[in-house]
Design a binder for this molecule. Structure first.
Ligand SMILES: [Zn+2]
Length: 149
């Protein structure tokens, strides 16, 4: 499923904006994420760190947890942005977390900090588009639990 260009711009911009709320006093690495729900809502998330480092949660999972806790479990796209010039992709834990609720064909837009709306159809280094299946191939998901004979 293709995301309309105007929605794609809004989603990537929301991920860039979401960085402003990042709580990252330890890593100083701001991350913003924005999920597009199947019914067209944009849910933002930022990374939230903790003095007990293991308690930190990434922007992608923050957005996902916000959505799911509000009853939203169907998504059509995700955008991720940092302050780094090159696109940064979700960490391993987030990839698995995304996999729980999103189809392997769902697009993930990873935007450079230098991305602007005129770059909506750009490629690396301004924008990297990959699917969930591309960043987490041969993945394990909820349907696998149904395969027990
Ligand atoms: Zn992560």
């Amino acid at each position: 499923m293709s995301i309309p260009v105007d929605i794609k711009i809004k989603l990537i911009q929301a991920a860039l904006d979401a960085r402003d709320a990042a709580y990252c006093p330890y890593s100083k690495f701001r991350v913003g994420a924005a999920l597009l729900s199947a019914d067209g809502q944009i849910i933002k998330g930022c990374n939230v760190e903790n003095a007990s480092y293991g308690g930190a949660i990434c922007a992608e999972r923050t957005a996902m947890v916000k959505a799911v806790s509000d009853g939203i479990k169907s998504f059509t796209a995700l955008a991720v942005a940092t302050d780094v010039e090159a696109p940064i992709s979700p960490c391993g834990i987030c990839r698995q977390f995304i996999r729980e609720f999103c189809k392997p064909s769902m697009p993930i837009y990873m935007a450079s900090a230098k991305w602007t709306p005129k770059d909506v159809n750009a490629t690396e280094p301004l924008l990297l588009e990959q699917t969930v299946g591309q960043i987490l191939p041969h993945s394990f998901g909820p349907e696998d639990l149904e395969k027990v004979a």
